[in-house]
Design a binder for this molecule. Structure first.
Ligand SMILES: *Cc1c(COP(=O)(O)O)cnc(C)c1O
Length: 394
């Protein structure tokens, strides 16, 4: 593609990174190979010395994986990236590439369950201390800072109750203390929110969610500046091996072509469902960053172009009501995954966040009546009817 930097994002999502083989294929090629051969022993030597920039081994890099990375870099406005086998591999590799024993991490307490495990349980085992704060409270971030703080970590909107965190405020605190901000941008997607524009240093994704978007493959990616990827991340990835498989990279790469169209349709559907839920008398609290009733609506509007496809809401009076509602949905399936073309609903208190004690759940606003729904791409009128019918059973 010529002069690609001048094209708009949707064009770049269809073309960026394509590296055509001598066959001139239209669709990006899938290089399903673990290794690469050299023309000579001399070339092999030069490649290991990094004097020749061909591929060596797919744990270090692969042409299909690189096409996915380059397309994501264009979308995110990042200088470089490394794709990973899963979203959790991305979070773990990002953290471990930045930290060593004696360092300190400050993280928002409202995190995806496994991210909270990494920060709260795993890192301390290796001598890295962590402090969890209410991410919405800027003073709490500032007060948690120590001379050894190297990383701040957050997701916004957060899982499962969609708290919004002021990324620029947290980034300013991080930078004033010589720390770096890592943002898990899964819920917003790279279409609706670009954390690098709000001061984040590193952005991580589970590509398993909206980027694949059709519930097929696991994947992840870490994006940042060139110096970080070259000096801190690349060798960590190469030696420890959380590489993305070429097949999964190919699925993700092709999915990026339709990501803006899908995310827009997801948001259209979610807005219709929010309007319905807001008026139903068996539905309590409805939390959606794109709705004026969200307590941080103004901040959400500053950071995100639309509200996304996740809605948190309370149904009935107790857990039994929430379960009855979920069990009586016909279209929406019970699943803890999200960002799928299929509408998926989960009861966070007994699934994704069941490990948290009652006090921690209460602190995060996860109630026995709370459900989190990932709105899919079905006809919204069918979804509204499905929800209405299920609500009638309680
Ligand atoms: C799903 C998810 C992850 C983990 O991603 P996997 O691909 O399942 O490993 C991390 N953070 C958030 C916010 C997620 O939704």
């Amino acid at each position: 593609m010529r002069k690609k930097e001048s094209y708009r994002p949707r064009t770049r999502l269809v073309h960026e990174g394509q590296n055509r083989s001598s066959f001139g294929e239209t669709s990006e090629a899938l290089y399903l190979t673990s290794g690469f051969v050299y023309d000579s022993a001399e070339q092999a030597e030069a490649r290991f010395r990094e004097e020749d920039d061909g591929y060596i081994y797919s744990r270090f890099g692969n042409p299909t994986v690189r096409m996915f990375e380059e397309r994501m870099m264009a979308l995110e406005g990042a200088e470089d990236a490394r794709a990973t086998a899963t979203g959790m591999a991305a979070v773990t590799a990002a953290m471990l590439s930045l930290l060593q024993a004696g360092d300190h991490v400050v993280a928002a307490r409202a995190l995806f369950g496994s991210c909270r495990y990494i920060v709260e349980t795993l890192l301390p085992r290796y001598g890295i201390e962590t402090t969890l704060v209410d991410g919405r409270d800027t003073d709490a971030w500032e007060q948690a800072m120590r001379p050894t703080t190297k990383v701040m970590f957050l997701e916004t909107p957060s899982n499962p109750v969609l708290e919004v965190i002021d990324m620029q405020a947290v980034a300013d605190i991080a930078h004033a203390h010589g720390a770096r901000l890592v943002v898990d941008n899964v819920f917003a997607t790279p279409i609706l929110q670009r954390p690098l524009d709000f001061g984040a240093d590193i952005v991580v994704y589970s590509a398993t969610k909206h980027i694949d978007g059709q519930g097929r493959c696991l994947g992840g990616i870490i994006l940042g500046n060139e110096a970080y990827v070259r000096d801190e991340l690349a060798n960590f990835m190469r030696q420890t091996g959380p590489a993305l498989a070429p097949f999964n990279a190919w699925v993700m790469l092709k999915s990026l072509e339709t990501l803006p169209v899908r995310v827009d349709a997801h948001c259209d559907n979610a807005e219709k469902l929010v309007d319905f839920l807001n008026t139903h008398d068996k539905v309590g609290r409805v939390i959606y960053p794109g709705d004026k009733t969200h307590p941080q609506y103004d901040l959400a509007c500053r950071q995100m172009t639309r509200g996304g496809n996740l809605i948190a809401f309370d149904v009935g009076a107790d857990k039994a009501d929430a379960f009855r509602f979920a069990d009586n949905l016909h279209i929406a399936a019970i699943s803890n995954n999200l960002g799928d073309a299929k509408t998926l609903i989960t009861h966070p208190a007994t699934t994704t966040h069941f490990r948290l004690d009652d006090a921690a759940k209460a602190e995060l606003g996860i109630r026995p009546t709370s459900l989190r729904v990932s709105i899919g791409l079905e006809d919204p009128a069918d979804l509204v009817e499905d929800f209405e019918r299920a609500l009638d059973t309680i």
